[in-house]
Design a protein around this ligand. Structure first.
Ligand code: KE4
Length: 428
């Protein structure tokens, strides 16, 4: 593939922006080489500035469950645009999006719209601390909840990819109340609650992890987390920024039968525009100003264009329910990967929930970060580039999830599997 124009543009980007990117997740730090500069998306495809076409398995890191440029989403944004971009005042569209979220997720009685997943999780932690009047909270290694200081400890996603799980600039004071445990470790969380239960404001978790690659919680772990938080009066925060409206219309919590106290949203809920949300029990949410005493604000919170994209996306998901189709396509992809890797005797495990999946170069299941950290990231890099050069765009890190959209087709998945066989042959 020719990448000359991409290289030219990226070289200039590096003179203008740190590392030439506006998010390190895009920096290809985990796979080497230079990021590809993209020009446009259409359905399941991305097209780069050199005219190369890729089957897109990133979907902007999760938002584009309907694919690029879905007509109903584009029309909704254009209609909203004609009426203005932002008012800094209440709009009816915010009611409509809030109603859709509350109707979809039974644990959400009240919701607050913000502009990113980071804002949602940062605010949920502050709210839980305000509601309980406690300081400490638990997170899990390899879970990523955005880049708020207190959460940037043993983080996943690009923090893990670039081996900076504890970022410079985050002071010891900012993280002194952050307790980090191993995901799926029932004993560890039970012991911490036994010792500190009365001091713990919250547990925040990815209910299905996408940010160390796709890691699935065990039922005993889910049961223990819910039981312990209820017993000790800690707020259970389900970070569904990635899983919300992705693994099911009601998110991971509806698949798992767990009722969290707060849930954070992002990505799909904004339909590809900057929008996040957090919501949950009314008695907790009503601690937020102007009703309560917990402060959180945002100039563009509930922005008319972003809410229009979110309303259109959730409406299409609610009315067309593509989840069965996404299940079949994603199962075809996962089973195909497994068959090819087994055929070629390549150590691997493919883990999947719905249309989120990861091909791990790891012998045996990945249950937690200490498992994920043992993956052969060098082999992943070679696989990544073999796939990219054949026109299939996978996450540029072993510690991210692949996403399938409702615009992918069985034929495209088969093309991806053909490319995977060619790419994996070189790794035997
Ligand atoms: P944003 O601030 O990036 O909108 O959301 C932060 C966030 C919170 N919680 C979860 C579970 C998330 O996955 C994320 C963001 N995910 C990464 C990709 N794994 C975003 C990509 C990026 O950082 O560029």
């Amino acid at each position: 593939m020719n990448h000359s124009r991409s290289a030219e543009i990226f070289a200039k980007a590096c003179d203008l922006m740190p590392g030439g990117v506006n998010s390190p997740a895009r920096a290809f730090g985990g796979v080497g080489g230079q990021p590809i500069v993209m020009d446009r998306g259409d359905g399941p495809f991305l097209f780069d500035v050199d005219g190369n076409r890729y089957v897109d398995y990133i979907g902007s890191w999760g938002p584009l469950i309907l694919g690029h440029c879905h007509p109903q989403v584009v029309d909704a944004i254009q209609a909203a645009l004609a009426r203005g971009t932002t008012f800094g005042a209440p709009t009816e569209a915010e009611n409509q999006l809030a109603e859709l979220i509350i109707a979809a997720v039974p644990s959400v009685e009240r919701v607050r719209l913000v502009s990113s997943g980071t804002e949602a999780t940062m605010s949920a932690i502050r709210l839980a601390r305000g509601f309980t009047n406690r300081k400490k909270f638990i997170k899990f290694s390899g879970n990523y909840h955005g880049h708020a200081d207190a959460l940037l400890v043993a983080a996943g996603s690009s923090a893990a990819t670039l081996s900076v799980p504890n970022s410079l600039g985050v002071t010891p004071g900012a993280v002194e109340d952050t307790l980090v445990l191993e995901y799926n470790d029932v004993e560890a969380i039970s012991a911490v609650f036994a010792r500190h239960g009365g001091e713990i404001a919250a547990v925040i978790m990815e209910p299905i992890v996408g940010n160390m690659g796709l890691v699935i919680p065990t039922s005993p772990f889910l049961t223990a987390v819910r039981k312990l938080t209820s017993e000790f009066g800690a707020v259970l925060i389900y970070d569904e920024v990635m899983t919300g409206f992705r693994v099911a219309y009601g998110g991971a919590q509806t698949l798992q039968g767990v009722t969290p106290d707060l849930t954070t949203f992002g990505k799909v809920v904004g339909g590809g525009l900057p929008l996040g949300a957090y919501g949950g029990r009314a008695e907790i949410m009503d601690c937020l100003l102007p009703v309560g005493q917990v402060f959180q604000a945002g100039t563009l919170s509930g922005n008319p264009l972003a809410t229009a994209a979110g309303i259109a996306t959730l409406t299409v998901l609610r009315d067309s329910s593509p989840y069965g189709q996404l299940e079949h396509l994603s199962q075809q992809l996962a089973d195909g990967f497994r068959h090819i890797a087994a055929d070629l005797e390549i150590e691997h495990v493919v883990q999947r929930v719905g249309s989120m999946l990861t091909f791990f170069f790891h012998n045996g299941p990945v249950h937690c970060w200490s498992d994920a950290a043992k993956c052969d990231t060098g082999r992943y890099s070679k696989f990544f580039w073999g796939m990219l050069e054949r026109g299939h765009y996978l996450p540029c890190s072993q510690f991210e999830a692949m996403f399938v959209s409702a615009k992918h087709t069985p034929d495209l998945v088969q093309q991806t599997l053909n490319a995977a066989r060619q790419s994996l042959v070189g790794l035997t």
